[in-house]
Design a protein around this ligand. Structure first.
Ligand code: AP5
Ligand code: MG
Length: 228
């Protein structure tokens, strides 16, 4: 049973690295942003509530996302563990996750903070595209699809996320990085934080993340030096 939390600012590369880790550990990716985007697309009550916050670059209220995400974590496919992408991202959420996992005799085993300076992120987000079927992530500059406009994996059209327009991206940075740094601190104090330099090319970040995951934890703990 392995629970790995991927942390990082908007655009740091969580959604890019999560499937690599998931394949390696043979556990599913649970991505809070994907859960919410699917609810928005289906116009469910959750989607209608979440859309009001997401479209302004704000976090969805803790009580809503904690309920939805912990429900998802309890499903059978996550019995053997999971990669958590986008949750927790406030201290309240991190504490709620600790309580839920400890109630089931589990805990967060590893937390990987993909560290990228804020100024690099705005440009990345402008070039990001995701596929309409499954949210597979591309970048017109650093990771384009083989056939322009179509997902390599499922062939669906790739589109820009509505919250990737520059004004919303800047709001996301402003609103979401301070609570993220509190979560980083929470896991640093818990002794389960590892940091990877997310400015490296995608394949290099993947390779470093897999090396970290395969190594005994104590050898890999490094002093915390945030670039953000
Ligand atoms: P969410 O979907 O989780 O968005 P996010 O955290 O802002 O993160 P992103 O998905 O934007 O970035 P990422 O780190 O996954 O980067 P990616 O791999 O795509 O959440 C969306 C919204 O939902 C939030 O704003 C909030 O409103 C709400 N929400 C979600 N969870 C919530 C929660 N727990 N609580 C409250 N509200 C919540 O990469 C970005 C781009 O860079 C891509 O184009 C990629 O190809 C490229 N790239 C990746 N790595 C590299 C690299 N090493 N070098 C060059 N390019 C790279
Ligand atoms: Mg993502």
């Amino acid at each position: 049973m392995t629970v790995v939390v991927l942390l990082g600012s908007p655009g740091a590369g969580k959604g890019t690295q999560a499937p690599v880790l998931a394949e390696h550990l043979e556990v599913p990716v649970l991505a809070s942003g994907d859960l919410l985007r699917s609810a928005v697309a289906n116009a469910t009550p959750l989607g209608r509530e979440a859309d009001r916050f997401m479209s302004r670059g704000q976090l969805v209220p803790d009580e809503t996302i904690v309920r939805v995400f912990l429900d998802r974590l309890e499903r059978d496919d996550a019995e053997g563990g999971a990669i958590l992408d986008g949750f927790p991202r406030t201290r309240v959420q991190a504490e709620a996750l600790d309580v839920a996992l400890s109630g089931a005799g589990r805990r967060v085993d590893r937390t990987i903070f993909i560290d990228v300076p804020t100024e690099d992120l705005v440009k990345r987000m402008a070039n990001r595209r995701i596929c309409t079927a499954n949210g597979h992530v591309y970048n017109l500059a650093s990771n384009p699809p083989r056939e322009p406009g179509l997902c390599d994996i499922d062939g669906s059209p790739i589109v820009q996320r509505p919250d990737d327009h520059e004004a919303t991206v800047r709001a996301r940075m402003r609103e979401q990085i301070p609570p993220l740094l509190e979560v980083v601190d929470h896991y640093r104090k818990a002794g389960v934080l590892q940091t990877v330099d997310g400015r490296e090319p995608i394949a290099e970040v993947s390779s470093r993340v897999l090396t970290m995951i395969d190594a005994p934890f104590a050898e890999m703990v490094a002093p915390w030096e945030p670039a953000t």
